[in-house]
Write a protein that binds this ligand. Structure first.
Ligand SMILES: *Cc1c(COP(=O)(O)O)cnc(C)c1O
Length: 360
């Protein structure tokens, strides 16, 4: 490895491949197609290729730019745009996206029109909101709206229906909300006369599959977090058969000192409008790392070394209490962390965090 700088994150390509293989096996054993969702990695083609080559049947991304990049760099599709599209991006999207998630008649008609003009067949999955309150037609209106849309299509295929849980409302997937989706599928199939795909899940839905509790009829999962992090934020767990060490963040120590645990002076608000609170624990051993809010979400950092307590982060500095650690820290040392989803998202997105692909 040449001159890599800190902060940096290492992405272990073998562990990434391992996670995809595990998830794809679980999906495929249950007759489910796996869309590997790459949005976390901000268009990194090497990562996308590994995900596609190790069991993902399709690649999904929320940003058209990433899909265009993958396509131009020769990464195999098909590609699913996992965010319902902006009208303004449709002319470009039609050229690269194979499968759209949609939630409004107006948008589907626009896709239909543009696809007909350029003679490129694309598929749409109509999103149904079963209660999480993010995208999708409200489930009580779904059959009526989707049937009406189907009747008005002139060129593209209505491939199926889909849903999203755990995103806004934090709603967990249950037999009840999956059954709601499946009863909509049944009714629509009767009206349309053909079988519909059901795109039914994200990382949080894996649990139902593991426990054999997923009702029959779901045909596709869209998985991101589980592949990258081996965790399930909505279900609040480490997924036991996946690796949590695929993505590791490393930051460098720039100060080592002992200071009081309570500041000296009058307390105002911190740089982010927060009012800090302090408990007097006497003098404490502390380190400062050259990383901050611009690079990570500090409350989503999980130090690998035991006994480290994250005290505070500003834009560029992270303060850690090391009093309970057995390790003696020196300036120039590197401290390693696992990250939760939100923190990893910021780290992948920050231009200040170097990304280094490593092998097992
Ligand atoms: C991000 C996203 C996913 C993947 O979710 P994970 O929790 O990362 O597995 C699936 N579907 C949609 C619509 C998404 O935006």
């Amino acid at each position: 490895m040449s001159s890599s700088t800190f902060p940096r994150m290492t992405i272990d390509i073998d562990l990434l491949a391992y996670n995809v293989q595990k998830i794809s096996r679980l999906c495929h054993e249950n007759g489910i197609e796996l869309v590997g969702v790459t949005k976390l990695s901000v268009g990194n083609s090497q990562i996308a290729r590994v995900i596609r080559q190790n069991g993902a049947d399709k690649l999904g991304d929320s940003r058209l730019k990433n899909i265009v990049k993958f396509s131009q760099e020769g990464i195999a599709g098909p590609y699913q745009l996992v965010r319902i599209p902006m009208l303004s991006e449709l002319p470009m999207a039609i050229k690269y996206v194979d499968e759209f998630l949609v939630s409004m008649p107006q948008v589907v008609y626009e896709i239909d029109t543009i696809a007909r003009e350029v003679q490129r067949n694309v598929e749409v999955i109509y999103m149904v909101d079963v209660g999480d309150l993010r995208e999708g037609v409200w489930f009580e209106r779904a059959v009526e709206e989707i049937y009406e849309v189907y009747k008005n299509l002139t060129f593209i295929n209505l491939k199926g229906i889909g849903t999203n849980v755990g995103c806004y409302g934090g709603v967990l997937p249950t037999k009840e909300n999956v059954d709601t989706l499946l009863s909509i599928k049944k009714e629509l199939e009767r009206l349309l006369g053909y079988e519909l795909a059901v795109s039914g899940g994200s990382t949080v839905t894996l649990k139902m599959l593991e426990e054999g509790k997923l009702p029959k009829g779901v045909t596709q999962f869209r998985i991101g977090e589980g592949i990258f992090l081996g965790t399930d934020a909505t279900g609040d767990r480490d997924i036991p058969y996946l690796s949590q060490d695929t993505v590791i963040l490393e930051a460098e120590v720039i100060e080592v000192d002992q200071k009081p645990s309570v500041p000296v002076g009058n307390i105002g608000k911190d740089a982010f409008g927060r009012t800090p609170h302090f408990e007097n624990k006497g003098m404490r051993k502390r380190i400062i790392l050259a990383i901050g809010e611009q690079d990570v979400k500090p409350d989503g950092l999980k130090p690998i070394e035991k006994g480290l307590e994250i005290l505070h982060a500003s834009s560029d500095h992270l303060i850690i209490d090391t009093t309970n650690s057995e390790k003696t820290f020196r300036v120039g040392d590197v401290v390693k962390f696992r990250m939760n989803y939100g923190c990893a998202l910021r780290a992948f997105t920050s231009p200040h965090v170097e990304k280094v692909i490593v092998n097992g």
